[in-house]
Every structure is written in C-alpha cells, then in structure tokens.
Design a protein around this ligand. Structure first.
Ligand code: KIV
Length: 295
C-alpha cells in the first residue's frame, strides 16, 4: 500500500518497494489530516500480516502480559520478555514503524536506567521508538531519553501499569481536576519532546481538546474519534479476548474459528479421516517394499 508520504525506491531485483515509515512521516500525516493506524503485535506471523495490511505503526505493548503470556496484568512483564517478543515482530515488518513498550520498573527508578533500557529496545530489538507511561513525573526522564536520540511515545489517561492505584476507575479525566491534570500532562510531554502520545480511556471531548492543542499526533484508545490516530490490541480486534472493553471493536471472531478448526482436526484424527493416503502421505519407490518384507 502506498501513501502520499512514502517515497518509492527501486530495490536491486527491480521490484518497487515502499519505504519504511519514519517518525517525520508520522508527523506529516497528522499535519495533512491523515489518520494514523496503530495496532499491537507480539509475534512474527502476526507482524507479517499487520504489515501487509498496511498498518502505519506497530506497538509491541506490555499488554503481551495479559494477552499472550497469561499474566493477570502488565505489571509482571520483564525487559527480557519484551525484547524477546519485539525481536519476533521486528523480523516480520518491512514498512510499519515499530514501537517497543517499556515494561513496569524498567524506566521509573532513574533516568539512567530508563536510557539504558530504551537503548536495549533500539539496539537489541531494532525498534524505531519506545513508549512509556506517565505525565509530569516522567518529563525529566523523557527529555533525557529523547536527548540521546531515542524517539519516545507518551501514554497518559488510564495507564495500565498503575492499575492498582486506579482501582475500578478505568475512564480518567471525567471531573475538572483530573481533566486539567491530563491536559497539563499532555502539554508537558509535548514540550519534553515526545513524537506522539497515546490517550487511553478518557472522555472524547477531552481527547479532542488535547488533539487540537498539540502539534504532535495523539493516538487514542477509548478516547473517541477526534484523536490523530487510533490504537487497538490485536487480540481484541481479532476476537481472541473474552470480554473486551466498551471501546474495543471486534473485526473478526477468531476464537470461534480456531476452536472449531482444532475440534475438526481432533475429530478427524480420532475417526481416522486424517491423514489420507491420497492427499497427505508419501509414496515409496516401486519394488522397495518387497525387499523390506523379504528381510
Ligand atoms: O500495552 C499496550 O498494548 C498499550 C496500548 C493499550 C496502547 O499500551
């Protein structure tokens, strides 16, 4: 899929290939009013498919914890796990911009630790940028990461790594005090140099105001239609999660499809319908069988 901001280059075999999407192109899309499509991916085959589908940006979210690894939340996810999954995704992408999500306690304790771990995403996993959660309290750290040349995506509103602080209150910024704090955080993150900001689970009018005020793109999840882009979690989009949040739209029901496929396979193994000689088996050369039987 070609976009107006993608230059086309001729690769050695004479094939035309669209260039990889860059951070400046993401900003240009927003300046031109083109929405940015973002989705999470955690493994190689999924990365190949989302890239082929023309997604602009792929986030290896720490949501790998609760969506793939079977943890109850994102909190237990380690740097090692994030690097492992991000490497798988990197190998599957040709065009989309790749963002690695910094897991809980990989960046909060000191800016030095944050720079080192952000650097691991870039050097070991080949990301184009990192994402981290938090507003005012993370400004100094973000500034320092950006200063060493690592692009940072912010994340404010509902931030899953603070799940135990938020409790059952998922939507943030409904009242005056929290709405003002989120707006202020967004302004501070832009000043600190983020290239984009995820706005999660907040009233759409607040997200609209932030998107209008900021130059850098806002990427919404549960933040209404006026953000500069949208992000969803791949397992939610594909219908692989049990009870997705209200803001999720399921575009397929893979849960049903996968279960039915495995059920059919199991049944055919049990009743001897799979494999067949004609379709799934290999022939031996003529005459060989008789020599074996004679032995
Ligand atoms: O971890 C994740 O998938 C995220 C998205 C919800 C933006 O942070």
């Amino acid at each position: 899929m070609l976009r107006p901001y993608n230059f086309v280059k001729i690769v050695p075999k004479g094939l035309f290939m669209p260039d990889k999407i860059t951070i400046p192109q993401i900003q240009k899309m927003t300046d031109a009013g083109e929405k940015i499509s973002v989705i999470t991916a955690y493994d190689h085959p999924t990365a190949v498919l989302v890239d082929r589908a023309g997604i602009d940006m792929v986030l290896v979210g720490d949501s790998v914890g609760n969506n793939i690894l079977g943890y109850p939340s994102t909190v237990p996810v380690t740097m090692g796990e994030m690097i492992h999954h991000t490497k798988c995704v990197r190998r599957g992408l040709q065009q989309a911009l790749l963002v690695g999500d910094m897991p809980f306690m990989s960046y909060q304790s000191t800016p030095k630790k944050a720079i080192e771990n952000a650097g691991r995403f870039m050097k070991e996993a080949g990301t184009d940028a990192v994402k981290l959660e938090g507003g005012e309290e993370m400004v100094e750290t973000i500034r320092k990461i950006v200063r060493v040349g690592i692009p940072v995506m912010g994340h404010i509103g509902y931030t899953p790594q603070r799940e135990s602080q938020f409790g059952a209150q998922r939507v943030q910024g409904r009242d005056e005090a929290t709405a003002k704090k989120i707006l202020h955080d967004a302004q501070l993150l832009e000043q600190a140099g983020v290239f984009s900001i995820v706005l999660e689970a907040m009233p759409w009018r607040l997200a609209q105001l932030i998107s209008d005020q900021l130059r850098v793109p806002t990427i919404g999840i549960g933040a209404g239609p006026y953000c500069d882009g949208q992000v969803l979690i791949i397992t939610d989009v594909l219908g692989l999660t049990k009870s997705p949040f209200r803001f999720v739209k399921r575009y397929a029901n893979l849960e049903e499809i996968i279960e039915q496929a495995v059920r059919s396979y199991r049944d055919e193994v049990k009743n001897g319908k799979f494999p067949t000689i004609e379709e799934h088996s290999f022939k031996i050369q003529k005459g060989v069988m008789s020599t074996l039987k004679d032995k």
